[in-house]
Design a protein around this ligand. Structure first.
Ligand code: GDP
Length: 289
């Protein structure tokens, strides 16, 4: 995003010369507003951010430093949704996670990345191949599991994803796995059948958490679909995939603010180690350069 933020905004901010320079402050906030909207930040999020930054700057005394400090702290505030960060283990293993998302969002890859992340932290991880919707998904997960040397549960003869999930959970419990990650089916767009299937898996398996993988390149749509998943099945965290390709970056702010579900991880590339815990400070530094 913040190529434009750092450019145009810094120019405007540099013109704030003294404590009564309300006109220069207005110019800076108006540049900021333009940059936020251009970076795909939701208009409501933008409005609230601008108001908060204005207030904070005025109460600290209008100035370049106070403006930049307010900008940084309000962005951090916005990204710090109350709730868990990173991965949270249940007291009664296996910690069971449903991985959800639309087709192509990066859900299967992210399931592998998360398994890899946990494996490097010495956890015993089982992944379950329950995406029977996309033809190649089971094969893809098998390949990923082999590549990262993590166990996988699949059943090529079973057509019912719920039965596969149940059997995977039994295996994970009996064999003392720390974590079970269940890759579920996606669709190209949200449909009722997908939601019912997910709800059934949720009600049967009773996962500890449901993660929604959102493709950051889809901009406002990522916020909309995450909201629908939250309303229809309930989600406990968002993993923002393809953040490496997102030059705008505003989607993290919009999701945090509009969906009000914590961002847990970000995907920053196609390879298995390309997953980072979402840390608001670090994202703000990246955004502001
Ligand atoms: P699914 O249909 O949601 O399971 O999607 P896939 O896991 O097959 O991912 C779709 C495409 O997105 C693949 O080409 C992945 O390599 C790619 N992908 C996933 N996550 C990331 C990421 O964080 N960064 C980049 N650059 N590509 C990603």
């Amino acid at each position: 995003m913040f190529d434009s933020i750092t450019g145009s905004i810094r120019n405007a901010v540099n013109k704030i010369r003294h404590q009564d320079d309300v006109a220069a402050l207005n110019k800076a906030t108006s540049e900021l507003k333009k940059a936020l909207l251009k970076a795909d930040v939701h208009h409501k999020t933008t409005k609230e951010l601008i108001t908060a930054i204005e207030l904070q700057t005025k109460s600290a005394g209008i100035g370049q430093d106070s403006f930049l400090k307010a900008l940084k702290s309000e962005l951090t505030n916005l990204l710090t949704t109350s709730g868990n960060q990173g991965f949270v283990f249940s007291n009664t293993p296996p910690t069971t996670i449903l991985m959800t998302g639309l087709q192509g969002s990066g859900k299967t890859t992210t399931t592998g990345k998360l398994a890899n992340y946990l494996k490097t932290r010495k956890k015993k991880v089982l992944v379950a191949a329950c995406d029977l919707q996309r033809l190649a998904a089971v094969e893809q997960l098998k390949q990923i599991a082999a590549q990262i040397d993590v166990d996988i549960y699949f059943d090529d003869n079973e057509k019912d994803p719920i039965k596969i999930a149940v059997a995977a959970k039994e295996k994970a419990t009996k064999e003392f796995y720390d974590v079970l990650l269940i890759d579920t089916a996606g669709r190209l767009a949200i449909d009722e059948e997908l939601m019912i299937q997910l709800k059934d898996i949720k009600d049967t398996i009773k996962p500890n958490e449901i993660f929604y993988v959102a493709d950051s390149l889809t901009g406002h749509d990522a916020t909309k679909t995450a909201t629908t998943f939250k309303e229809k099945i309930g989600i406990d965290g968002v993993i923002l995939s393809k953040y490496d390709g997102d030059t705008k970056g505003g989607v993290a702010l919009s999701i945090s603010h509009q969906v009000e579900v914590p961002l847990r991880f970000i995907g920053i590339g196609e390879k298995m180690p390309d997953l980072e815990v979402f840390i608001p400070d670090r994202i703000v530094s990246r955004l502001l350069g």
